[in-house]
Design a protein around this ligand. Structure first.
Ligand code: AMP
Ligand code: MG
Length: 400
């Protein structure tokens, strides 16, 4: 049996990005950049006004109030070519319009009074450079501004658009085949008969796959016989990654590992010293990862978080593979079990500090506890914590 750390290291050592593709910028949000982006020009492109007001020469505005003659008008989109602010004059300018020659400051309209269409009174002191956005003050031409591996958020998309890129090279989303196994399962929508159970794992794992940025491919249910397993698994092994749920323990109907081996999957481990999630197996088929997760709905999601999510992020070229953690003070004492435990934890913030307590009954049959959990804490085997001790909690998203 391997430890959690060994198991995760084995997985991450054996997965790599699945490749890149060009997509329109409008479809690139939440994908991962697969190229290094260098700015083709300065941003801003040219000096421009940050306010609606008047472009002036500070030397004309020494002792307010000062009267200046208005000799021109520059709305956004108008060219300043051939326009110059000369001594004793001002040009009316709107936000975003190019700064005319001769001007070294912009006076906001609120600090002026236009006495007639031709004259303006400047009511306040004026500093050189005020309310001017200088060419290149944000980003310089030729700067490497985005690295391959950056997840694209709205801000990155904004920058790529400003660099004039209609298409962007991104990491392809891995296609993840999802297979549930078990004779007791019916698909959601079919009322479960006696001894039947709704296949909630497929759709839950598909949701987790999507949250991790990958594309689920649903394979349905393999029944507890070799032929059904063979047929579904053959289809699953054509994807970039295969996830199965259930049928990996020691039961006499647990066929998953044997059939995958028959199809050529090489297993690197099949038991991990964790709770929940001991019967988790990981193998490789033609360089592609195969995860066999436990059937219990809580266990399958906990092991997805612990093992599959980091792998899917690496397969998308991301560098940060683990969720952020925060330190929290325990509200209650805790004792570890005989294996390292993933404790589902509820967080509360009080006076700027985080406090943690068990989110509820930690038995793997209790999904309710997952609904109340903000994060997961790794509790080492045979450990004991007093109330008030500090623990690290890995967030499962934003705290509820
Ligand atoms: P197994 O590993 O096949 O013994 O399954 C472990 C437990 O998980 C059993 O109680 C199963 O009924 C349950 N289970 C297995 N597959 C699913 C599934 N797809 N959705 C929900 N529960 C499942
Ligand atoms: Mg089963």
């Amino acid at each position: 049996m391997v430890s959690y750390d060994e198991a995760l290291r084995t997985i991450l050592d054996n997965v790599s990005p699945v490749g890149s593709e060009q997509v329109p910028l409008s479809e690139a949000v939440a994908l991962v950049l697969a190229e290094t982006v260098t700015t083709p020009w300065d941003l801003p492109l040219w000096d421009n006004s940050a306010m609606d007001g008047y472009a002036v020469r500070t030397e004309d505005c020494g002792q307010p109030p000062c009267k200046l003659r208005v000799t021109g008008y520059l709305p956004a989109g108008a060219s300043a070519e051939g326009m110059t602010v000369t001594t004793g004059c001002a040009i009316k300018i709107m936000t975003g319009a190019p700064l005319p020659a001769g001007a070294d400051a912009v006076v906001p309209v609120e600090e002026t009074e236009e006495t007639s269409g031709e004259q303006v009174t400047i009511g306040a002191a004026v500093k050189v450079g005020q309310h001017i956005r200088r060419q290149g003050e944000d980003i310089r031409r030729g700067e490497t501004i985005l690295q391959a591996g950056s997840p694209l958020r709205a801000a990155e998309i904004s920058l790529l658009a400003s660099c004039g890129k209609p298409l962007v090279n991104v990491q392809r989303r891995p296609v993840v085949a999802i297979l549930s196994t078990g004779d007791e399962l019916v698909e959601p929508g079919t009322p479960p008969g006696p001894a039947q159970l709704i296949n909630s794992n497929s759709i839950a794992l598909a949701a987790a796959v999507r949250e991790a940025g990958a594309m689920p491919r649903m394979l349905g249910i393999a029944r507890d016989n070799r032929l059904s397993h063979l047929e579904k698994m053959r289809a699953g092994l054509t994807a970039d990654c295969l996830i199965t749920s259930a049928g990996v323990s020691a039961g006499d109907r647990d066929l998953v590992r044997a059939v995958l081996e028959e199809l050529g999957v090489k297993f690197l481990f099949w038991k991990v010293a964790i709770k929940p999630g001991k019967p988790t197996a990981f193998g490789i088929f033609e360089g592609k990862p195969v995860f066999c997760l436990p059937g219990n709905p809580v266990s399958s999601l906990v092991t997805f978080e612990a093992f599959v999510r980091p792998a899917l992020l690496k397969m998308q070229g991301r560098h940060k593979l683990l969720r952020p953690t925060l330190q929290a003070t325990l509200r209650e004492p805790l004792t570890g079990g005989s294996r390292m435990q993933f404790l589902r934890v509820a967080l509360e913030q009080e006076a700027g500090r985080w406090f943690a307590r068990s989110a509820g009954n930690q038995e793997t049959g209790i999904l309710r506890t997952s609904l109340l959990a903000d994060g997961v804490a790794q509790i080492p085997a045979n450990s004991a914590y007093e109330s008030g001790a500090e623990i690290n909690v890995q967030l499962l998203g934003e705290p509820l």
